[in-house]
Design a protein around this ligand. Structure first.
Ligand SMILES: Cc1cc2nc3c(=O)[nH]c(=O)nc-3n(C[C@H](O)[C@H](O)[C@H](O)COP(=O)(O)OP(=O)(O)OC[C@H]3O[C@@H](n4cnc5c(N)ncnc54)[C@H](O)[C@@H]3O)c2cc1C
Length: 458
């Protein structure tokens, strides 16, 4: 980046411009996945929308790409890039709840922990992710799957409007009424279209929930998977649940002599009336004998932070994603072959339901890739020691190779790997051509290319 534009940028922002020679550069270029080691031209820690505009314009003047960082959780490390200007939103975490209208405006650097904390004070929530440190921005722009999905749709289904700084540094508010094409594309198209400086979401009454994990023996996994699949098809929509493989961490509710053993797990979240919780969760609990469980009433944000300790920043990550229309016998066979070999306590495979309210929304009303799917699954390799990279990556790849023939071609873009760029078209399905056209209109030079990239139509 030219010395001159950098000097100017430093003088134009209220946040910080961090350059390779700066003492804090190594810390500033780091993202959540420790496997990512990129050297951007500058990291701009933006203090407000004006800083974002200045940073995007400076990048444009210097002919550089922009890597946008919200929560920094992108497994492929899209919140940084060699030679790019990183627009780091981490200081922009303002939130204003309007409890009467059941709306919230949240800045683009918020995490779900920030968001849930703010809305829970009013007994309100919207669909977000299951880990509190994930950014609302990346998660919402790609989809947004969590405990409330079956009742309230994807995170992006709850979006009312978004403030966006475009590739040329101009600012627009996108909604159903204004820049409707952009608003359609933002709801699924990831970070391809600009820097979202704030989001406005609809909120729902969600306060204390009844939820937590139930651990079952691996030998019972076929019964557990089938019971989960049967029940989640038509279960009450206030029930969120997912299937997982998990090595037992040393937690007090798990018998001590079973710590370190591998289990299959169902995690439930009942957001309906407390008196109905037992009945609503029973078909999951009765899937097989439960070895250990920690299901109980808790504030909704507590369940959304319950697994944070398993995924601290600084692990190595390699993930693969699949959409599936069902959990057929061949898929179950693949899961049973590879799931029990999960190699690290941090690693897992989750099967999330994306039915219920997600299927109420017409497929072409947002850019989200596959509303016909019943499940979004992720094979999430996460481990602390770089020396174990080959073994852990191999587990993810082998598992994916076995599962892929029995699932859809594409996967949820937020769970996809850096080497999944060739699957972007399949992941977006029928939305892809329209996304390319809108990308061509709003970002013809592909300034925002550090993402599951949608190539601009010319
Ligand atoms: C531990 C963990 C748990 C997860 N759990 C869930 C889950 O429960 N449900 C789920 O759906 N997904 C989940 N994910 C996946 C998650 O949705 C993606 O990793 C998502 O991209 C993270 O968003 P971020 O803002 O934290 O990441 P970042 O790395 O900051 O950004 C991700 C992408 O979004 C773009 N972006 C970020 N901020 C902005 C912005 N303000 N404007 C425009 N573009 C922006 C970036 O350029 C990048 O392409 C999880 C990921 C991890 C690592």
């Amino acid at each position: 980046m030219g010395e001159e534009s950098l000097k100017q940028l430093q003088g134009q922002v209220r946040g910080e411009v961090i350059l390779p020679a700066d003492r804090t550069y190594d810390e500033a270029r780091r993202v959540y996945n420790a496997m990512i080691d990129k050297r951007p031209a500058a990291v701009v820690r933006c203090a407000g929308v004006a800083d974002v505009i200045a940073a995007v314009k400076a990048a444009g003047a210097a002919g550089l790409s922009v890597a946008v960082r919200g929560g920094g959780h992108s497994v492929p490390g899209f919140g940084t890039a060699d030679g790019a200007v990183v627009v780091d939103m981490g200081r922009m975490r303002g939130i204003r709840v309007d409890p009467a209208a059941k709306l919230v405006r949240a800045e683009g650097g918020c995490t779900w922990g920030d968001f849930n904390h703010a809305t829970h004070a009013f007994g309100l929530a919207t669909t977000g992710g299951i880990i509190s440190t994930t950014g609302i921005a990346g998660l919402t722009l790609g989809g947004g799957i969590g405990y409330l999905t079956r009742g309230h749709g994807l995170s992006l289904d709850n979006l009312r409007s978004a403030d966006v700084v475009l590739a040329d540094g101009s600012f627009v508010t996108a909604s159903e009424k204004d820049h409707a094409d952009l608003f359609w594309a933002l709801r699924g198209g990831g970070g391809n279209f600009g820097v979202v400086t704030s989001f406005q979401y609809r909120l729902h009454p969600v306060d204390t929930i009844v939820g937590g994990p139930m651990f079952f023996e691996v030998d019972d996994a076929p019964d557990v998977m089938r019971a989960y699949d049967r029940y989640i098809t038509d279960a009450p929509r206030q029930l969120g649940a997912f299937f997982a493989w998990q090595i037992a961490p040393p937690l007090p509710f798990i018998p001590e002599d079973r710590h370190g053993d591998t289990f299959c797990v169902l995690v439930a979240c009942w957001a309906g009336p407390a008196a109905e919780a037992k009945k609503a969760i029973a078909p999951l609990r009765d899937a097989a004998p439960v070895v250990a469980e920690a299901v109980g009433p808790m504030p909704y944000p507590a369940l959304n932070a319950a697994f944070d300790a398993l995924v601290p920043p600084g692990l190595q990550h390699y993930w693969k994603a699949v959409f599936a229309k069902d959990l057929n016998d061949k898929a179950i066979e693949a899961h049973l072959k590879h799931g029990p070999k999960v190699p690290a306590v941090n690693s897992t495979m989750h099967i999330y339901p994306i039915n219920g309210a997600v299927h109420d929304v017409p497929a072409d009303s947002t850019a989200f890739g596959n509303r016909g799917a019943k499940y979004a699954a992720v094979i999430a390799g996460m481990w602390p020691d770089p020396a174990q990279n080959p073994a852990n990556i191999k587990w993810v790849k082998d598992y994916y190779a076995a599962l892929a023939p029995h699932a859809e071609k594409g996967g949820y873009v937020n769970f996809a790997a850096a080497d999944d760029q060739n699957r972007v078209g399949a992941s977006y399905g029928k939305s892809y051509d329209r996304l390319r056209t809108i990308k061509g209109k709003y970002d013809p030079g592909n300034v925002f290319r550090h993402n599951q990239n949608i190539t601009p139509a010319s």
